[in-house]
Write a protein that binds this ligand. Structure first.
Ligand code: PAF
Length: 206
């Protein structure tokens, strides 16, 4: 498994695998759990070269405090990824992805003004900015997203259509804790009691 932090190092590694390979891509913000690993494993089973990105994208956080406290666990993430069989981990710094501010404004109509979009203004625009950039950098045939973030997946499919990007977005099953709570990096921010209470969401849905 190769660890790269720059676009040029990533390109060099990708080129070394030759041109007759299918590239699978799993974009993440790190703090990896079984949910992410299931995406990587699916990518490994369906493509030849799997790139996992770890990048906490500032443009999708509408609250600076939320960005600051987002869990960052790079060493543990790399240890987990080693076991998945992915070939490249791409962990760029902010200046690598945004050498200049990204002022693009996507229009997702109603898709971004309901549910999570209603409570996190600008969030999905930031997701579209970073994922479109990452798609252009990694140039994958297939990219893997968890169905846990159903609205995000829908927005990304819409963004791919708007920009005519040659990427297939593959939806992947939700992985749950024993309590039924969907696995999420943000669960780490919950107290034991909050975590217990959060299981009510899936209980109610089921
Ligand atoms: O789902 C996430 O972790 C992020 O929104 C993504 C897709 C990696 C973009 O930063």
């Amino acid at each position: 498994m190769f660890f790269v932090e720059t676009i040029s190092a990533l390109n060099e590694k990708l080129e070394s695998f030759g041109s007759f390979v299918t590239v699978g891509f799993v974009p993440t913000m790190g703090a990896l759990h079984e949910g992410h690993l299931s995406l990587v494993k699916q990518a490994v089973s369906e493509t030849n070269i799997v790139v996992v990105s770890i990048f906490v994208n500032p443009t999708q956080f509408n609250d600076p405090k939320d960005l600051e406290r987002y869990p960052r666990t790079l060493d543990a993430d790399l240890q987990l990824l080693e076991k998945t069989g992915c070939q490249i981990v791409f962990a760029p710094g902010v200046n690598e992805i945004y050498p200049e501010p990204d002022n693009r404004k996507f229009n997702f109509g109603e898709l971004e003004s309901v549910m999570e979009g209603l409570h996190r203004p600008g969030h999905f625009n930031g997701v579209a900015q970073v994922v479109s950039k990452l798609f252009e950098i990694v140039k994958p045939e297939k990219a893997y997203f968890g169905l846990k973030d159903f609205q995000q997946l829908t927005i990304i499919k819409n963004m791919v259509a708007q920009l005519n990007l040659p990427v297939q977005s593959v939806p992947c099953s939700i992985i749950r804790e024993e309590s039924g709570l969907a696995m999420s990096s943000r669960n780490e921010l919950l107290s034991a009691e909050e975590r217990k209470n959060a299981a009510v969401i899936s209980e109610t849905l089921f």
